[in-house]
Design a protein around this ligand. Sequence first.
Ligand SMILES: Cc1cc2nc3c(=O)[nH]c(=O)nc-3n(C[C@H](O)[C@H](O)[C@H](O)COP(=O)(O)OP(=O)(O)OC[C@H]3O[C@@H](n4cnc5c(N)ncnc54)[C@H](O)[C@@H]3O)c2cc1C
Length: 525
Amino acid sequence: MGEPTQELTADVLVVGGGPAATWAALDAARAGADVVLADKGHCGTSGATAAGGTGVWYVQPDPAAREAAMASREALGGHLADRGWMGRVLDRTYANINELAETGGYPFPTAPDGSQPRNGLQGPEYMRRMRIRTRRAGVRILDHSPVTELLTAADGSVAGAAGHRRQAGHPYRVRAGAVVLATGGCAFLSGALGTDTDTGDGALYAAEVGAELSGMEFSNAYGIAPEHTSVTKTAFYSFATFYREDGSVLEGAASQGGRSVIARELLAAKVYCTLDRADPAAQQAMRLAQPNFFLTFDRLGIDPFSRRFAITLLAEGTVRGTGGIRIAGDDCRTTVPGLYAAGDAATREPICGGFTGGGSHNAAWAMSSGSWAGLGAARYALALGRAAHTRPVRAAGGAGLRPTGRSGGADHREVIAAVQGEVLPYDKNYLRHGGTLTGALRVLDDTWRQLRAGLHGEGRDIVRARQAAALAANARWMYRSALARTESRGMARRLDFPDQDPAQHHRIATGGLDEVWTRPLKEPA
Ligand SMILES: Cc1cc2nc3c(=O)[nH]c(=O)nc-3n(C[C@H](O)[C@H](O)[C@H](O)COP(=O)(O)OP(=O)(O)OC[C@H]3O[C@@H](n4cnc5c(N)ncnc54)[C@H](O)[C@@H]3O)c2cc1C
């Protein structure tokens, strides 16, 4: 017999422990809900924000500044963003950041001219404070407690979740009126800093209860990092000159608008760079803004402003890419009642269209969508009342939990290696071509069939099995959507369809598990 299951109840269960989850938990609690937050890691130190520094889309409410902010990425995103959402996110982000400064005690630095720029946050300090604030609001935090599946009520609405308490070594269940999925994106265990818990679990769980995804073709983000390291702080490479192995300049290579040149060169050779276009003032500002960027260099004894160092590109999938669970309302509800989504787990198309939200939009989306999802979930759950805790529930998990064939016929390590073999290589995922995508999807579909039939884990291995299943599911939605977009728009660039096609000015929904489908979303983008 296994360990007994710990049973808990809550109005709102928030799954995740990053900025989206903590803002969701905080705002749900402030709306009067009894809230449990369950994190795979330790809330406050897990996820993509906690490990680094983050720029934030914090723009003063001055009409000209706001207009410029909204216009800045519209064309890059293939005109798939929505001005209404952009305005809402700018307002919410402005309010949340000011609250952090004024009542949250976040120590924004003061510039020499006396101003206090609030468009950047140090991840460790930010997330430490969010954890404290969340606890003070009465939220019960379950650290090291990955959720492994959702629970549904008889009418198909989401009624809680089940998971595993890693440190205590037993399973647990939370019956809740509503659930917020804020599990981050999927970086395919590529090694990018802070993304080791970001395995796309939320998207898998959402699809298992019938929710839709959107924008998955816009999920081929790759960040530049010094070779053999994990810090993908790509923005600073706008100061770089890129070189071939023989020391000649790699023409056309750039952090923005020239990354494919780097990817092509890396297929056959090493690429080097120096941040030699940063003047002393910029160098100083960079160190102040992102101290963790320099840790790697300081440890290696490299001055990145004067010495050449080898670089690589690390996949960041939906962490800095854009696709995720489709949002079906202003309160970040999904297409399934009782289920809400926020942060990287949700599609960011409303504010980014088909472009990355890297550098500022992602952080703004995480805190704004988190606040709305928490509030929306609280209202929904409070309307259901305590009756929600005694509803009969059904466990919704499939792949990796309940194999359809002989258990043990698939190994989570092999599944992960197979998925990575199709999504990490630049010539498959970055330099996309229909032929390559079709071949890769065939392998991924086979991998899915095998894992669906035979992948299963016990105890901690349940979590590993579910992560492997989530990677495979995310990869298949990504490539099926990439094949459905027979043009180049935003990040979804196709070598065989290099031009934008006005007839494809729409978002693409996807979903399904054994059978993955795509469908153009014809509502106005
Ligand atoms: C190197 C790097 C630099 C970046 N810089 C910027 C920047 O300058 N500006 C910007 O806007 N964005 C930036 N981003 C993106 C930004 O970090 C993310 O958009 C942001 O962290 C999203 O917040 P989130 O809460 O949705 O996800 P995360 O912060 O990734 O948190 C996800 C949380 O979910 C938990 N979780 C996952 N699965 C489960 C599960 N099954 N059960 C329970 N919990 C689970 C994880 O443990 C984690 O706590 C950067 C990303 C990287 C990798």
